[in-house]
Design a protein around this ligand. Sequence first.
Ligand SMILES: [Zn+2]
Ligand SMILES: [Zn+2]
Ligand SMILES: [Zn+2]
Length: 255
Amino acid sequence: MKVIILGSATSTGVPIIGCGCPVCTSANPRNKRTRCSLFVEAGGKNILIDTSTDLRCQALRHGITRLDAVLYTHSHADHTHGIDELRVYNFVNKTSIRCYGNAQTIDNIKNNFKYIFDGVESAGGKPKLTLTVVSGEFDFEGVGITPVDVYHADWTILGYRIGGMAYLTDCSGIPDWSWDKLRGLDVLIISALRYQPHPAHLNVEQAVEVANELKPRLTVLTHMGHELDYDTLSKELPDSIVPAYDGMELELPNP
Ligand SMILES: [Zn+2]
Ligand SMILES: [Zn+2]
Ligand SMILES: [Zn+2]
């Protein structure tokens, strides 16, 4: 199983348009973050988690020429606004793309992108997508996928576990019933927005606390804002916790 961090930024991306702060003006390529998304190649299937605003440039950068499924964490703009790019994969795959999410996410996607699902043929093309609400563990063509409820302010959204990897973005807390789904991980990818607390996101300290509780072999912090400088944060973290960067690749055993 191969995992690629396609994007490691919070909703604004880093650099932020118009910002002159040291991270936004940094020459370090690891401080250049596109919107948060993950690519997983498992059991010969190509699985995308979220269609970020930057999906097109991410797919080109990594030569992702085929997609078998999209797992949505939630419907916020930074995680969904690349949805129209899925149209291109319809040409390649010659079939509708299967997309999964919880009931709220699927509902919001249908409302927010009404043109895709209204059944009206327009002059321009639109993506062909099959939306499925997931409530528990499911099998996607031989790949076992476990949705994991996490809090995102007052929303309950989904993280996903595939084999020894779990991806929890836009997490502000983990409900009691989700912890057991996250035991025995090889790699935990979890959001850490900044140093200061935030109502909708874990900060660095809180993400480290989750890592200390779950004790995966490696924890990767993602969905980072411009408050976090890659090199500074790397030095501050313990050996088993690292900041993500765009293009970071991880190899794990197949689930
Ligand atoms: Zn987000
Ligand atoms: Zn900045
Ligand atoms: Zn969000």
